[in-house]
Design a binder for this molecule. Sequence first.
Ligand SMILES: *[C@@H]1O[C@H](CO)[C@@H](O)[C@H](O)[C@H]1NC(C)=O
Ligand SMILES: *[C@@H]1O[C@H](CO)[C@@H](O)[C@H](O)[C@H]1NC(C)=O
Ligand SMILES: *[C@@H]1O[C@H](CO)[C@@H](O)[C@H](O)[C@H]1NC(C)=O
Ligand SMILES: *[C@@H]1O[C@H](CO)[C@@H](O)[C@H](O)[C@H]1NC(C)=O
Length: 176
Amino acid sequence: MEVWRRETVSSTLLLVLTCTILFLMSGVSATRFIVGANMGWTSNVNYTEWAKGKHFYLGDWLFFVYDRNQMNVLEVNKTNYETCNENHPIHNWTTGAGRDVVPLNVTKTYYFISGKGFCYGGMKVAVHVEKLPPPPASLPEKSKNGSPSNYGSQIVLPAVFAIVALFWDNFIGFWY
Ligand SMILES: *[C@@H]1O[C@H](CO)[C@@H](O)[C@H](O)[C@H]1NC(C)=O
Ligand SMILES: *[C@@H]1O[C@H](CO)[C@@H](O)[C@H](O)[C@H]1NC(C)=O
Ligand SMILES: *[C@@H]1O[C@H](CO)[C@@H](O)[C@H](O)[C@H]1NC(C)=O
Ligand SMILES: *[C@@H]1O[C@H](CO)[C@@H](O)[C@H](O)[C@H]1NC(C)=O
C-alpha cells in the first residue's frame, strides 16, 4: 500500500515536471492581454497609453471586455483606424457576449476600433505584434541591456530545480 502511494505521487510529479520542462523548451509563454487592463474596452481610456511599453508577441491574445449593448470590436486597416471608418472592417471580432478574444497570430500591426461612434472618442488601439525573441542560448546568462524578454525562464527554471531538489527522494524511490 505504502509503495503504491509512493509511486503514484512520484509519477504524477514526474508528469508535471516533464510538462513544465517541455513547455519551457518550446519557448512558448503566451500572454493574454486584457485590453485597457482593469478599465476594459470603453470610452475615456487612452489605449495608446495602455499599449505603450508593452511587447506583443506572436501567439499572444487580446481580450476585449466591454458593454455588449454599446460597443463592439472591429479590426480595420490603418487608414480606417485613423479616420474611424467602421464601414470596411477587415474582421468583425464581435461575438455578442462583450467578451471577445483575438489571437495575435500574424506579425503585423493590428488596428482595432469600436464602431457605433465610440472610435471618435478614442476607443481605438493599435498593437504591433513581433516575432518571439529567440530562447536563451545557455543557462548562466547575463541579461543584455536589461531586456526583460527572458524574465520568465529566469524565474521558472530555478523554481523547477528547487522542486526537483525538494522531491529528489521520491524520484530515487520511483526509479529504484
Ligand atoms: C494618448 O496618449 C498618447 C501617448 O502618450 C498621446 O500622444 C495622445 O495625444 C493621447 N491621446 C489623447 C486623445 O489624449
Ligand atoms: C483601407 O481600406 C480602404 C477601403 O476601405 C482603402 O481605401 C484604403 O486604401 C486602405 N488603406 C490601407 C492602408 O490599406
Ligand atoms: C459584427 O458581428 C456581430 C455578431 O455576429 C453582429 O451582430 C454585428 O452586426 C457585426 N458588426 C459589423 C459592423 O459587421
Ligand atoms: C489567424 O487567426 C484567424 C482567426 O482565428 C484565422 O482566420 C487566420 O487564418 C489565422 N492566420 C494564421 C496565419 O494562422
